[in-house]
Design a protein around this ligand. Sequence first.
Ligand code: ZN
Ligand code: MN
Length: 254
Amino acid sequence: MTVYMDELDAFAYSTKIGSGSPVLIPAGSIEQHGPHMPLGVDTLLSRRIAGETAGLVNGLVAAPIVYGYKSQQRSGGGNHLPGTTSLDGHIITAIAKSLVLEFAGHGIKHIAFINGHYENYQFLYEGTDLALRELASARTHDVTVMLMSYWDFVDDTTINELYPNGFTGWDLEHGGVLETSLMLHLFPDQVDMTQVIDAPPAQLPNYDVLPVRPELTPSSGCLSSGADATAGKGKILLERASRGMSEAILAEFA
Ligand code: ZN
Ligand code: MN
């Protein structure tokens, strides 16, 4: 049986959640990912990595949050780039809050956001906090929510194995080896490796400036090169991230 809620009928869904399964909510974005990958990378990857993780924890994957919070120059190239289409922060907060309350209303006690877009995190956190506050004021205290960004579950051993020439940090991995490898493994038809721009990692200041200065973002829109990406690395990344997240979920929701 599928782990994806939006592929289940309502009766199968009820049976599954009645057994106490956790619900994993993918959170992505519509954001440029260079000339070699589509705008939907963060949504595609968060949904599939959540699916892999759900298989390890007897969980269900909710329909994803498709749009994300505004792309930022130091982690996603910036919201000024064509195609990037984002929501204001209070809207992400409201969506996260609404979904927690909605699934809590279904009787689900264990919820986890599986984030695939760097900039979403604090808004998911805020929405979760507001939802739990509302539940607490209604004397409901038995709902637990976890928040995780999948790259935080790629351990140092894997990083050393996959980045033999040095690792620049997850913020600069936008459109780089991590996402390109995962896409090559999971959605090979949606990657064009002939279009990768093999430039050195972006040199960005250690502050933000608004309005953005577009010239700070590399012309590729990527903050590091995806040239060293392979489907084999994607397979390893998928396995390690989903295993790491499943262990955390099983420990927290035990
Ligand atoms: Zn991305
Ligand atoms: Mn992103």
